[in-house]
Design a protein around this ligand. Structure first.
Ligand code: ADP
Length: 628
């Protein structure tokens, strides 16, 4: 039986206090034996019985000392409760001898002996109250043996003064019990306060440790991040300066420019990885589950990494599967891409396998990425999931990555409701695996590859852009104009409503999140949507663009399925997102006109009501990076 922590602490304290009094009790009982023997000595009644009784008393006292020595020397011999019970047994034996010995007083011809013996017993009872009163078991096994025989014997005399003495003794017995009860309560409160204080101190120490660890991790994070960001910046600075060198040939200039582009790309990639992680941490990343064929996703990621694997002479084997999963294909693709890119990077010979293991489980299965690469030592299995941690890259050579892939994968898998597992040993390859839920064939709305094929063209689309920053408005307008869109710009909500009032009906509204005068893009979009709805234009595509990561409102918008793009937004991502949103809007319009049984249509800018429908995929794309 497991004791609660308070009871255990009480027991431990009880053992300490009970046994601490024993040496004093040892001398007290020898004194009691000496006094009792002295007062009976002139005329010992029933000598053999008397010797047996006091011999037993002396033996019990020696036994009590032996128990005390055992407890001191071998505290682990019994549990705290065990020591308490042993102490109670010792008390019962020790106090029964002087208690029962009062019988000799009533056998003696000396009239004052019962009184003298009773005084001795009351003194001993006082000692029991002081040393055992805080434990019910020890108190209630000692006191009755000490006082009951005396009360009974005095009553038995049927004389007035002895009956009064018996009543006083009985009253004393009750009073001492009541006092012991409050004594025990007080003891429990004191122990509880001590335990609470101890817990508080321990939890404070733990919190301090966690805070120190977090601070250390942050310091490591910033040290690694600033190093990895500084490197390409430093290179770009030097290369840019060398462009001023008039003595350099055009070929050298071209080479320098090539290096600059390479470093800018590296910088961009690192930024995207850091932002990706920040987005995952801030909780704005949406999970939108679709029913889809896992083989399609495997083929998609496989085709990305097959050329890289082949270039290193590695075979990339994808296990055929007919499994339909219910998961977020975009997040899953990012997980697999990261794992496959690592598998290719850290494998020099052999093969890489991608597959799913179901083992007859109805709920789903485990996706596995295996490689025959260098493997990871057991001691590093936890650290590799820390940001910027790399097993063997002390020079922090950017060509060997930045140590952000696995932390991202771990968070993505957790966001999808699973746990990333790793089996790996140096020279024996690695296996990363995580669970996926089984889906239903009836829930598949479109093939993943159809979604990726690109949506309707941007040509001829009308776009309303809302941003309080003129340079961004200008940049957006010229980009969209290059794509064949007709664009109107507005600095705020009022200006946007004025554009609508002039009869401009947009196909899409792009809005910055932070607008002037403490207005947000969400408020502006809501006003624009309402104005368009009043004019009979429903389902216009809206898209928020933000540089914020962790505002509560953004998290709420993400949960509702409002499309949000996070800065920096590359032109390719903006175009792909817009095309997908338009494609989805058209699909929705088609469905509204001819509803298919068993499917509900989901409004583009409202909450995602049916995760099985493609709006989810379109919205998800709005948060996906172009680069993994
Ligand atoms: P990166 O690969 O960019 O360095 P990751 O976070 O993806 O960062 O990986 C962290 C570390 O884990 C890597 O530096 C590498 O040492 C180790 N690692 C990851 N995947 C594998 C793998 N498949 N085989 C061996 N080592 C790996």
């Amino acid at each position: 039986m497991r004791l609660d922590p308070i009871q255990r602490a009480i027991d431990e304290d009880l053992v300490r206090v009970l046994y601490a009094q024993d040496p004093i009790a040892f001398f007290t009982h020898w004194f009691s034996i000496a006094v009792l023997v002295a007062i009976y000595w002139p005329a010992v009644p029933s000598p053999p019985l008397f010797v047996a009784c006091f011999g037993f008393y002396a033996a019990a006292n020696c036994g009590s000392l032996a128990l005390w020595i055992c407890n001191r020397r071998y505290p682990r011999l019994a549990s705290p409760r065990g020591w308490i019970v042993l102490h109670a047994v010792r008390g019962m034996l020790l106090y029964s001898a002087p208690g029962l010995a009062i019988w000799f007083a009533f056998q003696s011809p000396q009239a004052d002996l019962p009184l003298l013996h009773t005084v001795m017993l009351v003194t001993l009872a006082g000692g029991v109250f002081m040393s055992n009163g805080f434990d019910l078991l020890n108190f209630s096994t000692a006191i009755p043996f000490l006082l009951f025989p005396s009360i009974v014997m005095h009553f038995g005399t049927h004389t007035f003064d002895r009956t009064i003495l018996a009543i006083v003794l009985a009253f004393f017995f009750c009073a001492i019990n009541v006092y012991a009860m409050s004594y025990r309560k007080l003891f429990r409160q004191v122990v509880q306060a001590r335990v609470d204080q101890q817990y508080l101190a321990e939890s404070l120490a733990e919190q301090k440790h966690v805070a120190e660890e977090a601070s250390l991790a942050k310091t490591r994070f910033f040290a690694a991040a600033s190093h990895d960001l500084r490197q390409p910046l430093h290179a770009i600075g030097l290369l840019a300066a060398s462009l001023n060198d008039t003595a350099a040939t055009p070929v050298q200039h071209a080479k320098t420019a090539e290096h600059i582009v390479y470093n800018v790309e590296a910088l961009n990639q690192l930024f995207n990885q850091v932002l990706d992680l920040a987005r995952l941490e801030s909780g704005v990343t949406q999970v939108i589950r679709l029913h889809f064929r896992l083989a399609e996703l495997f083929e998609r990621v496989g085709s990305q990494y097959r050329p890289q694997a082949a270039a290193k002479g590695l075979a990339l084997r994808i296990a055929p599967t007919a499994m339909i999963v219910h998961d977020d294909p975009v997040l899953l693709e990012r997980v697999l891409s990261n794992l496959l890119s690592n598998a290719v990077r850290y494998t020099e010979e052999g093969a890489i396998w991608l597959g799913v293991r179901r083992a007859g489980q109805a709920w789903g299965g485990y996706i596995e990425v295996r490689d025959s690469g260098i493997g990871i030592p057991a001691g590093e299995h936890e650290q590799i999931f820390e940001e910027f941690y790399q097993v063997a890259n002390p020079q922090r050579d950017a060509r060997q990555g930045h140590g952000l892939g696995l932390p991202t994968v771990k968070r993505l898998v957790e966001l999808l409701g699973g746990e990333l597992q790793l089996r790996s040993a140096p020279g024996r390859g690695s296996v990363f695996r995580f669970p996926v839920q089984a889906g239903e064939a009836g829930g598949i709305v479109a093939s993943l590859n159809e979604t990726a094929a690109g949506g309707p063209s941007t040509q001829g689309r009308r776009v309303l852009c809302i941003d309080d920053e003129p340079s961004i408005l200008e940049g957006l307008a010229s980009l969209l104009a290059r794509w064949g869109c007709s664009v109107r710009g507005a600095r705020d909500e009022a200006a946007a409503l004025a554009v609508l009032a002039q009869g401009f009906v947009p196909d899409a509204v792009l809005c910055d999140y932070q607008l002037a005068n403490h207005r947000t893009g969400a408020q502006a979009l809501s006003a624009v949507r309402n104005a368009l709805a009043r004019a009979g234009h429903e389902g216009v595509v809206t898209l928020l663009i933000t540089g914020d990561m962790a505002s509560a409102e953004l998290t709420a918008l993400a949960l509702q399925g409002i499309p949000v793009l996070h800065k920096p937004v590359t032109p390719a991502r903006l175009r792909r997102t817009l095309e997908m949103l338009w494609q989805q809007a058209e699909l929705d319009r088609g469905r509204a006109a001819a509803p298919v049984s068993g499917q509900r249509s989901a409004p583009m800018s409202g909450p995602v009501t049916d995760p099985a429908l493609p709006p989810a995929s379109a919205l998800r794309e709005a948060n996906a990076d172009d680069e993994v």
